[in-house]
Structures are given as C-alpha cells and as structure tokens.
Design a protein around this ligand. Structure first.
Ligand code: ARG
Length: 462
C-alpha cells in the first residue's frame, strides 16, 4: 500500500490506479536531490528543537544508507510507493524504524519536497549545460583563430553575397552561444530561491528555519510566498526555453555542416569517427550527427510547448497535472548535454577544405558591391546609380564568362567611362573582405578584435 494513503481509506488502491498515478519510473532520477533536501530538512528540524539529536542522527545515517543502496543498485524500486519521495521515506523507515522514520516529514509536504528536488535538478543541470556550451565556444574560437585568412562566400538567401573569412562566420555562432550561456546564467540567478518549508500550500505551524535550509542547499533565500513556492514551475519552463533557443542555434550550425559536407560544397569533411555509413551504398559517409542535432531540436521544442500547456489552466496551488513537468525537462536536459558534447567533438575532428572555400569565392561576383562602393568613393556617383552601373558590369562579366573579380579594366571602362584605372584593385576577394572594417565587420582587423572580445568574455565568465 502506498504510504500516502492515510487511515481515511477503507479500500486498497486499484492496481490500475497505482500504474496510472505513479511517477517513480522517471522521478527516481531525483534521488540525490531528494536525499540532499531531506538531510537539510532533518538537520534544521533538530536545530529548531523539533527533532532530538538522536532522532536527527538516526535519520541522517539512514538517509545515507538509502543513498548508497540506490547508488549500488541494491535499492528495490516498487511502483506501489508512487514516487521517489515516498520510496526513499519508506526505505528509511525500514532501516531506522517507523517511530523515527515517520518524523522526517514533519513540517513538510510532498508539494514543497517535489518543487525543491526538481529545482535542485534544474539548477545543477543549468550549470552543466553552461559548462558544455563554454567548451563549445572554446572549440569554435580555436578554429576561428586559425582561419582569419580563410575566405569563403558569405551568403544571403543561400546565394553568394560577399566574401568573408571563416573566423568571422564562426564568430556569429559564438555570439549566439554566448547569449545562451548568459540566458542560463540569468535564469539560475532569478530562480535561486528555495521552496522548502512552503509545506502543502500555506506554510506550517512548526517553528522552522527556512533561511537555514535555503543556504544549506545553495539557494540565495527561501521563496517569499508558500503558495507560489509549491505552484511555481517557471524555473522548469525557463530551462526548457533556454534549451530550445540553444538547440535552435545548434540546429542552424548543424544545417550548415550538412550543406558544407555535401558534394556540392565540400567546404568541410566530417571525420570518420563522427560519420555514419549506409547499409546498401558502400561509398557513403553520412552526416547523421548534424542531422540528429537538427532533428532533436523539434522534440525539445515539443517539451517546452507541452509544459506551457500543462500549466496554463491550473488553479493554485499544487495539482497532480504538475507531475507531468518532469519527463520533458529530463529529456531536454539530456538531449542538450549530449548534443553539445557531440557537436564539440564533430567540430574538433572535421577537416576544413580551404581550397574549396576559396574556389567557391570565384563564383557569384562576390565583390560586385565593391565596384559600387568604388564609384561612390572615387567618382562621386550616388550609390543608387553606382548600384545600377555595377549591375551592367556584372552582366558584361557574365557575357564574358568571368567573375567580376577577374574582369579586365578595359571591359569595365566600356561599361562606364567614369570607372578609373585603379578600380580592379578593389575587386579582389581579399580587398573586398578587408574593406569591411567597420566594427563587427569581416575585415581581418575587425575579426581579430571580435576574437579578442570573445576571449575577454570567456576569461571574465565565472
Ligand atoms: N509525484 C508528485 C509529483 O511529481 C509529487 C507530489 C505529489 N503531491 C501530492 N500532493 N500528490 O508532482
């Protein structure tokens, strides 16, 4: 019989109810948080004179025994116990006796207990994800430092636009991941308040010390309202949202890795360690890793929408619907953790085909804007007119079968005699890239200063 059933019940719970109601199969993941919370609670009860020293010691020793039993795989999880909270408490009572074990739950409810355990899990994993994301930024930065001279076509609409360097391209992703780290960090700060001691919904008549348990468990302070303490799942929504945005960034990078490793691009080659084969076509090496990163992003979004929907109609305070908060969070956290690690390794082990990137720059008239800019700066022609003239020059280059960066000065002058003798100097790919030296631009000098900024941020973080 599940221990949450008091003497009010005249019949046993049905087998079907036990199966439907239980969360033990998934919330057993919270065993460490549950025992940590109970240790802090029992210690506080003793300091407040609610438990005797001997009782508190027996409970603490018993909880540590339960912890090692779970860790060693000796603990028997029984669905009849409903959830991890009841399962741990039942085993504690078996070890220390019901007389003492039954006192642990004084001045506490499963409602504040589950809110606490879940929040501890979310806070701990926010820090893990931040560390993995920082490792990813470090890898991108290492690759960037070696590739400030590696030219590739910058694109808009997936069409060749302007030449950029690879470091600059990767810095765009570093900026996204940096915001992700900051987002997890700010959620951590905002939610770092302990629900323990909220009890069922209205607080407790026992003289508890919520500040003590809050500090002991690594929180800044207790939450200020008990009803909010047991009903709030914003922290869970925030980690789901933060992971969704992070995975969206990962997915965009993954999409580029897929494109770049295709035969059409061949900008990169994924390592054998992180490529997969085909069961029928022996020549194939498939980018399953970035494809799965892209695909898993969908499920992570689903977890966010799922919990938002579960919560939207709930009256205060705790409702059993809230038991549905955990599986999606566990899934998103585990997905983010493995995704960040495998993306990091995939990037570290891939090879960059600089020649193919450069060859691709010779197509698409990437430096056309530079001709327009030249006409503005050197011939005092309004930009709109310069834009039109340049279009004619591009059309001429296409007729000749050359890229605008390769066209002769004679041909250019035929398009418009205001084009000076020195114009082609500005049309080389390198000149084009380095011309964009505004702050945040792709010029090598501007790229190097972005690298410095990113390094400063990394060093300053923590
Ligand atoms: N297993 C429950 C959950 O995950 C624990 C809290 C149950 N509280 C209650 N009053 N039924 O939400």
């Amino acid at each position: 019989m599940a221990k949450s059933r008091s003497g009010v019940f005249k019949k046993e719970a049905s087998e079907l109810l036990n199966r439907f109601n239980a969360s033990l199969s998934f919330d057993k993941k919270l065993y460490e948080e549950d025992i940590k919370g109970s240790l802090a609670h029992a210690d506080m009860l003793e300091k407040q004179g609610i438990l005797t020293k001997d009782e508190a010691k027996a409970i603490a020793d018993g909880l540590k025994t339960v912890l090692s039993e779970i860790k060693n795989g000796k603990f028997v999880f029984d669905i009849q116990d409903e959830d991890i909270h009841m399962a741990v408490e039942k085993r504690l009572s078996e070890i220390v006796g019901k007389e003492i074990g039954g006192k642990l739950h004084t001045a506490r409810s499963r409602n504040d207990q589950v809110a606490l355990d879940f929040k501890l899990y979310v806070q701990k994993n926010s820090l893990h994800i931040m560390t993995f994301t920082i490792n990813l930024i470090k890898t991108l930065l290492d690759i960037a430092k070696k590739n400030t001279d590696t030219l590739l076509p910058g694109m808009t609409h997936l069409q060749h636009a302007q030449p950029i360097n690879l470091a600059f391209h990767l810095l765009a992703y570093m900026c996204m991941f940096r915001r992700d780290v900051e987002r997890f960090d700010s959620s951590y700060e905002r939610n770092n308040f302990s629900p323990l001691g909220s009890a069922a919904l209205a607080g407790t008549p026992y003289p508890i010390n919520r500040e003590k348990t809050a500090k002991e468990l690594g929180f800044d302070a207790p939450v200020s309202n008990a009803m909010d303490g047991v009903s709030d799942r914003d922290f869970a929504l925030e980690i789901l949202f933060n992971i969704s945005v992070l995975m969206m960034h990962i997915s965009r990078l993954a999409e580029e890795l897929i494109l770049w490793s295709s035969m059409e691009f061949r900008f990169i080659t994924l390592s054998d360690e992180y490529s997969t084969g085909s069961s029928i076509m022996p020549q194939k090496k498939n980018p399953d890793v970035p494809e799965l990163l892209r695909g898993k992003t969908g499920r992570v979004y689903g977890n966010l929408i799922g919990l938002l929907t579960v919560l939207k109609g709930l009256p205060l305070a705790y409702n059993k619907d809230m038991q549905e908060d955990k599986e999606g969070v566990f899934d998103s956290v585990e997905t983010a953790a493995i995704s960040l690690q495998i993306l990091n390794e995939t990037l570290k082990t891939m090879s960059i085909n600089k020649d193919n990137m450069l060859k691709a720059c010779a197509k698409g008239n990437l430096s056309a804007t530079d001709l327009a800019d030249y006409l503005v700066t050197h011939s005092n022609i309004p930009f709109r007119e310069a834009h039109f003239i340049t279009g004619k020059a591009v059309a001429r280059a296409e007729e000749l079968g050359v890229d605008i960066s390769q066209i002769s000065i004679e041909e250019l002058k035929k398009v418009d005699d205001r084009i000076g003798d020195d114009a082609t100097v500005f049309l080389s790919l390198e000149a084009s890239m380095n011309a964009r030296n505004s702050k945040g631009g792709t010029a090598k000098s501007a790229t190097l200063s972005q690298i410095n900024d990113m390094e400063d941020w990394l060093n300053g973080f923590k």
